[in-house]
Design a protein around this ligand. Structure first.
Ligand code: ASP
Ligand code: MG
Length: 425
């Protein structure tokens, strides 16, 4: 039976972290493992900054490039003290290719350029980790995800072509002679072999894709938290670890913005009833959280906090009712601007949506509908989603908040609110 392990940015953020990956793998000496790895630390953010500098031709290009290069060189020097190790040549080649790319004029397709450059963070990370594991006796085969994860060409949000991907993954990870394969999360390629990415934080999804293709026995996501918590410790004290949860609850929590698992991850696992473990890479022997096919509700109310929200209220200019064709026009523009709705509500005269603030997308969207509609909006808001809510939890999260909108279903309540703390100061 095959296990799929996913190590995210934090679990390979420096030389010690990479060594820790080796020690975790050495706890599983008998298993067949497909390892999926993200870019190291905050490399993807740095690559995004480099891309912006390149695309908009700012003077930051060189410093961002050097930052990424030096960050990786530091790690590599620590892991491979002998400067004639082949990893140095490999990295040189990759960085030389980046440099070459940066000297050319970018095309007018930003998203395409994004995928060509930003995907390399994962390539670099996996090269380093694969060489390191081999050097300490954990033999593994490095695979290029762009050869096995087949997607369409929706750059930055590529759709997986499941049949073809399954065929390719099974062919390359056949486990006949090898026990460990190692590949990149987050990236894939089109049939023409053009690199694509699956959306930010997409490595979890990659692990699920590989698991689905291989009919894996389980997926383990190794994290810097002990498992799935009932709230983000960034915002709340007294969080509780959830031992067991259903796929359904995991999907809902991820969908509403719990950062612990990428929202697309669960569905493929649920379809094949593959259990997902979220475990601590610091305490790998602890149990973590098991997400599986059980129907029980969450033992405790779980809440997800999203900041930097904007509430947009849209009404017809002539005060007529908001009817289907208005909604159709609004949705067409939302799709066009690739805006994801976190919450929506309509009344006779208006339609409201709560979405993540984005300084480019939101003003462009508003402009596109302003001729037909009256648009008001409120920025700097918070959205809290409570799954399996109760009144004490609602009271706890709405203390000192002005509530602008609230929506309740049987299992979930969502509240859009403004923090009054700032207003009083
Ligand atoms: N490296 C990518 C990101 O930071 C993918 C991932 O970490 O899951 O978004
Ligand atoms: Mg990550």
């Amino acid at each position: 039976m095959i296990k799929v392990f996913k190590f995210g940015g934090a679990s390979v953020k420096d030389a010690d972290a990479v060594k820790n990956v080796a020690s975790i793998l050495s706890l599983y000496k008998e298993d067949k493992i497909a390892v999926v790895i993200s870019a190291m630390g905050k490399t993807t953010n740095a690559l995004e900054r480099l891309l912006n500098a390149y695309y908009f031709n700012t003077d930051k290009k060189e410093s961002e490039f050097d930052f990424i290069l030096n960050y990786h060189l530091d790690i590599v020097r620590d892991l491979f003290p002998h400067s004639d190790h082949p990893v140095y040549d490999e990295l040189n080649d990759i960085f030389a290719a980046i440099k070459h790319q940066l000297s050319k004029e970018p095309s007018d397709n930003f998203d395409y350029e994004y995928d060509q450059l930003v995907s390399l963070g994962e390539i670099i990370a996996t090269k380093i980790v694969s060489y390191y594991l081999n050097s300490v006796g954990i033999e593994n085969i490095w695979l290029d995800a762009r050869q096995i994860i087949r997607t369409d060409n929706t750059y930055r949000d590529a759709r997986v072509i499941w049949d073809k991907t399954s065929e390719l993954v099974r062919q390359s990870m056949n486990f006949n002679k090898n026990r460990i394969y190692l590949t990149q999360g987050f990236i894939g390629a089109t049939a023409e072999n053009i690199s694509t990415t699956l959306g930010r934080e997409g490595s979890d999804f990659s692990a699920a894709i590989v698991a689905w293709c291989l009919d894996a026995e389980r997926v383990v996501i190794w994290k810097d938290v002990p498992g799935v918590l009932n709230a983000d410790p960034k915002y709340f004290d007294n969080t509780v670890k959830i031992d067991n949860m259903s796929y359904q609850d995991a999907i809902e929590l991820a969908y509403y913005g719990a950062s612990v698992i990428h929202p697309k991850t669960i569905k493929p696992l649920q379809n094949k009833k593959i259990p997902l473990w979220v475990k601590s890479f610091v305490f790998p022997k602890e149990k973590g959280t098991l997400i599986h096919n059980e129907k029980e509700g969450l033992p405790v109310p779980s809440f997800i906090f999203k900041v930097n929200q904007v509430l947009i209220t849209i009404a017809a200019r002539d005060f007529s009712f908001i009817v289907e064709h208005n909604l159709r026009d609004i949705f067409r523009e939302l799709v066009h601007h690739r805006i994801k709705i976190n919450l929506m509500q309509n009344s006779a005269l208006s339609f409201s949506i709560c979405v993540d603030w984005d300084e480019r997308k939101i003003p462009a969207f508003i402009k596109s509908i302003e001729e037909e509609f009256m648009v008001k909006y409120n920025t700097g808001l918070e959205l809290v989603t409570i799954r399996h809510y109760d009144q004490p939890t609602i009271d706890r999260v709405t203390v000192n908040k002005d509530i602008l909108l609230e929506e309740k279903t049987r299992h979930t309540v969502q509240i859009v609110m403004k923090d009054l703390g700032n207003a009083i100061e």
